[in-house]
Design a protein around this ligand. Sequence first.
Ligand SMILES: *Cc1c(COP(=O)(O)O)cnc(C)c1O
Length: 226
Amino acid sequence: MRLEENYYALSEGIRKAAEKAGRDPSLVRLVAVSKKQDPEKLRALWNCGQRIFGENRVQEARVKIPEMPSGGEWHFIGGLQTNKAKEAVEWFDVIESVDRLEMAAELQKRAEASGKRLRVYLEVNVGGEAAKHGCAPEKAAELLAQVRPFSRLEVQGLMAIPPFREEPENARPFFRKLREIRDRLEQESGVALPELSMGMSHDYGVAISEGATLVRIGTALFGPRA
Ligand SMILES: *Cc1c(COP(=O)(O)O)cnc(C)c1O
């Protein structure tokens, strides 16, 4: 089956990119971006051993996740309206796209109400693009300071969706920038931020060479989305 071949080829690609960068391949994990994909395909990936899935819409995820075996790790990677926070807390293990105080405050409130703890990453708009989510790089320290006190949220790292570049190598400065922001935040705040979620289907190799610990990949696994 094509999906399975893609999965093994991609796993190999990730491993090779890590080795080429002198990094431990086990420290780079794949988030299978399953938005708009049938649960049947998700289950096929599950049977290959994949456990981390990324979804960008709460409405879609709440239908799909219950159809999957338990024990998976679900990452929310989209823009989150505060009125969806309650359900996001219910279904997801990691919210990768926290980019403002109000969103974090709502997640905290909902997590507290349901007795949960939630891992979160701060999304940074490394390309300064008006159309994209993410806090401005110069606001990341402030956001971290605001989110840290929330007892139900554990900030574990940063996420970015850099501007698309035809030539993946040209996206390198953006990946590097996210890593540098992370390094500086760790130094200044003393908070460990081990996770760097960056790199997609066409540029994950470059992202891994700049320190990605999670690559979020859809198209290279499932083929083009409908
Ligand atoms: C859709 C999406 C991806 C996956 O993109 P592909 O190019 O299909 O690999 C990764 N990250 C986010 C935030 C997405 O929305």
